[in-house]
Ligand binder design. Structure first.
Ligand SMILES: NC(=O)c1ccc[n+]([C@@H]2O[C@H](COP(=O)([O-])OP(=O)(O)OC[C@H]3O[C@@H](n4cnc5c(N)ncnc54)[C@H](O)[C@@H]3O)[C@@H](O)[C@H]2O)c1
Ligand SMILES: NC(=O)c1ccc[n+]([C@@H]2O[C@H](COP(=O)([O-])OP(=O)(O)OC[C@H]3O[C@@H](n4cnc5c(N)ncnc54)[C@H](O)[C@@H]3O)[C@@H](O)[C@H]2O)c1
Lengths: 202, 202
């Protein structure tokens, strides 16, 4: 199976190759691609080897062909349905973010438990009550939930999401979610990011 | 030097130990601490070995003593001055986030180049013009800049930040910043997070 770090780099390859196409560059060696991304040449070859032989030895890569191949591997064209739970400051900023739609993520529904928010439009989405969450996730075939609720509410909601068959959760609450392996969880802990960053500037 | 992954886990130890203190637990073995955090027992011992011998063999760790030791290592008490550049949806959500202040990060100034934002209060902070950025960073002794501007504006601002002596940048724009090693950069790429997450739910 493919390491998570390799998958993360694939998106960087995809962006770099798009940048090269905009510059009108048709062909590139693994060495130059590595230079552009500031990673080692051997890393480029190792990453791409997971996906079959993509370049010709000594002739480098065809930029358009490599970009399209990576787009297929990443499923750039695929649309994945997403919902956002907790339409506070972070949830509503994420709802407004065009970068998700550009990668094929379509926000299909947003939820909150605050009575003054439910039934109103936030960032163009009608805010739905938490009681309707399970029904709407099934109806809209939603695979990914973005969790932007307070830390003390996150676990209980995550268990409900698991029960209604959600496939993955992008969790912003600073708590570890305890769920079965059936649900993929990715935690984004912004407080940890800034704390780690500051640790190294002693 | 200490691996970044270990530093990130330190914050998780800090949170877990606080949780134990709230539950009134005074002592814990590395095995139970590992269980609480869902990591291997050997990882706990390895992480804590970077910081000297913290527990007594066979007697486990004193929860309060370990928490305070980790707080000192992380510099939880230290206040670090932060500024936010780009007060759009994400920047203003981050400005409002109480989780940063709880870890000693104080937002000292916020900046934007939109004339209808400059001079007005956003989330309680007076939005300052970009022309004043260098002066205010020096005046307020700001060490960390949070960059929440569009991708095409990020590099130019990052170079200005480097020139005025910023120590670290938490970058949310989906571009790689080219700076000297003097500035520590941490990239949070939310589009990459969700794309990587969805890759594994094929
Ligand atoms: N704002 C940020 O920049 C930021 C940064 C890092 C992490 N976070 C984390 O993201 C989460 C959201 O932060 P925020 O700043 O947007 O908070 P917020 O208070 O602005 O928003 C939280 C939202 O969740 C809703 N909510 C509360 N309990 C709920 C429940 N049981 N079910 C459904 N909805 C519920 C509230 O009504 C509110 O709209 C928090 O866990 C926070 O720690 C936020
Ligand atoms: N909104 C999100 O949830 C989200 C998620 C992931 C990544 N991002 C990234 O974070 C950044 C900000 O996103 P956003 O959604 O808040 O965008 P936004 O358009 O709401 O905010 C951008 C802000 O930057 C200001 N700005 C533009 N050019 C500037 C310049 N040269 N100098 C100073 N200020 C300038 C604008 O006036 C605006 O206030 C983008 O790079 C985006 O890709 C946002």
């Amino acid at each position: 199976s493919i390491p998570k770090k390799t998958v993360q780099r694939l998106l960087l390859y995809y962006r770099s190759l798009n940048f090269l196409l905009q510059q009108g560059i048709k062909n590139i060696s693994s060495k130059s691609l590595a230079g552009l991304m500031e990673i080692r040449d051997s890393q480029v070859r190792k990453d791409l080897s997971y996906f079959g032989h993509l370049g010709k030895r000594g002739a480098g890569y065809d930029v358009l062909e490599l970009r399209d191949k990576i787009a297929r591997i990443l499923g750039i064209e695929q649309v994945k349905n997403v919902c956002i739970i907790g339409m506070g400051s972070l949830g509503s900023a994420l709802a407004a973010y065009k970068g998700f739609a550009a990668l094929g993520f379509k926000v299909r529904a947003v939820f909150d438990n605050a009575s003054h928010k439910v039934g109103r439009k936030i960032r163009g989405y009608e805010c739905r009550p938490m009681e309707a969450m399970e029904k709407i996730i099934r109806q809209e075939d939603i695979e990914i939930a973005v969790l932007t609720v307070p830390a003390d509410a996150a676990q209980e909601i995550a268990v409900r999401l698991e029960k209604c068959g959600i496939k993955a959760i992008l969790n912003f609450a600073p708590v570890k979610l305890s769920l079965s392996r059936r649900v993929k969880v990715s935690n984004v802990d912004l407080a940890m990011e800034i704390k780690t960053l500051s640790f190294f500037i002693k």
